[in-house]
Design a protein around this ligand. Structure first.
Ligand SMILES: [Zn+2]
Length: 463
């Protein structure tokens, strides 16, 4: 079995005290030991990585994304969520498996370069006759080398049923349930070292029928997989939900059996005190996506209060088209600044922000036994940040240099299961420049396909 010894490194394990001059020993795909350099094992035959001047953290975990949106960035820049969705649904309706393959390759490569080792993806649009979109993104994740938690999304409530999306982009309820069950059966790997787990993820209360929500929850629990959806993102959503159901979004989802330790929801921005209490009491997790919430003017989630009351919070970059080229490391800073702007400078510390991005994310994905901290026995998913650069070296605290910085410190190494994915800010699994080029091609292809359907990307969607 191969082993790797990282030496002379500042270790921020998230669980337990930091070690200013430490080592991490990796055997196979697991962390075997860590501690101060003075106690480092000889480890003959191990590959050695000199971590001098670097900070080691757990790999970051992204708990909300829509990778296909890499192909539709920069559009409807000044729209509200509902305006933005209504503008982009017809463009997305043109996507095919090639668009998803290219967008996912670029999006996952971009995430890896920002220290992410595990990502979920919420894919909820499956235009008929355009190839196997889920298989395309799963193959992209395998090639880039990240752990991947695709959430098989869905929409069945088009405009004619009081929903937001046009009827052309929704699927039939029975088709959705069949395809979702097939996806779980084909791909879900529950093992400890799993690189691929599938979740069940109807899109949102305003695009999904109550019956699909209920039956999706039954399906997920029958299969033993997790549940994910969007919830309480904007006031528009809250008003629509109250008007249509008489309930606030969290109460509506509770009625449908959708709160629980096997559920994590994206955004959770507009929560009442009792909504926060319901999430805490049921163990329902939240994916905080601050850049997207800022970009769409959705609001500032009550993360500090949620944490105080025991709600698990992880981070998400959200779809590329509502965040624009957002990396995961920067979401730590964005989360910290949002909370401090709202509640004052003690609202969220740099180390709490790091915990959201790592252990909080692992809990959202139901993987905190395997991921999210650097501890013996856990999977060797680790980011090595170079904090001794010409400018960062002036900062006394390397965790501060990582979380507060507008410019991410160089990523000296990114390991997934002990295997190198990034070295010195270069991808090692797929050709670096080709990953970016795949995203550009996906964008051009989507624009062309949308044009063929009569939805030209034009002044209408540019500002
Ligand atoms: Zn989203």
């Amino acid at each position: 079995m191969t082993s790797t010894l990282i030496e002379n490194v500042h270790v921020a394990p998230v669980a337990g005290p930091e070690i200013a001059d430490g080592y991490v020993l990796i055997t196979g795909d697991r962390i075997a030991a860590l501690g101060p350099m003075a106690e480092a094992p000889a480890a003959p035959g191990a590959t050695r990585i000199d971590g001098s001047g670097c900070l080691a953290t757990p790999g970051l975990v992204n708990t909300h994304h829509h990778l296909y949106q890499w192909a539709s960035q920069g559009l409807a820049q000044d729209a509200t969520l509902f305006e933005w969705l209504v503008t982009l649904y017809p463009v997305w309706a043109a996507m095919d498996a090639d668009v998803v393959a290219g967008a996912a390759t670029a999006g996952l490569a971009h995430l890896a370069l920002s220290g992410c080792t595990t990502s979920s993806d919420h894919h909820y649009l499956f235009p008929a006759g355009r190839g196997d979109l889920l298989a395309a993104e799963i193959e992209a994740a395998r090639a880039v080398g990240l752990r991947f938690h695709p959430a098989r999304g869905s929409m069945d409530r088009g405009r004619s049923q009081g929903g937001l999306p046009p009827d052309e982009v929704v699927e039939r309820l029975d088709d959705i349930l069949d395809a979702t069950a097939e996806a779980v059966d084909a791909y879900h790997d529950p093992s400890f070292s799993s690189r691929l787990r599938v979740a069940v993820a109807p899109c949102s209360p305003f695009s999904v029928s109550a019956e699909l929500m209920t039956r999706s929850a039954e399906l997920a629990r029958d299969k033993g997989v997790r549940l994910h959806t969007h919830l309480a993102e904007t006031l528009d959503e809250e008003e629509l939900c109250v008007r249509q159901t008489g309930l606030r979004p969290v109460a509506y989802m509770e009625k449908l059996g959708w709160l629980g330790t096997d559920v994590w929801v994206a955004h959770a921005v507009h929560l009442s005190d009792s909504d926060i209490g319901a999430l805490a009491a049921t163990g329902t997790g939240a994916a905080h996506c601050p850049t997207s919430n800022g970009r769409l003017g959705a609001g500032v989630a009550r993360v500090s209060e949620m944490l105080r009351r025991g709600v698990n919070v992880g981070l998400g970059v959200d779809g590329s088209a509502s965040a624009e080229l957002t990396g995961l490391s920067g979401e730590m800073r964005q989360a910290l600044l949002f909370q401090r702007a709202r509640y004052g400078p003690a609202a969220l510390t740099a180390r709490q922000a790091l915990e959201l991005a790592t252990l909080g994310g692992a809990r959202n994905l139901g993987r905190d036994r395997e991921l999210g901290t650097l501890e013996p026995g856990k999977l060797a998913d680790l980011a090595l940040w170079r904090t001794d650069g010409a400018f960062a070296a002036a900062v006394a605290d390397p965790v501060c240099a990582l979380v507060f910085a507008t410019r991410q410190p160089p990523l000296a190494r990114l390991l997934v299961g002990g295997q190198t994915v990034v070295e010195d800010d270069e991808l090692r699994t797929v050709p670096h420049d080709a990953a970016g080029a795949a995203g550009v091609r996906a964008h051009r292809r989507l624009v062309r396909l949308a044009g063929e359907l009569g939805h030209a990307v034009s002044a209408e969607v540019h500002p």
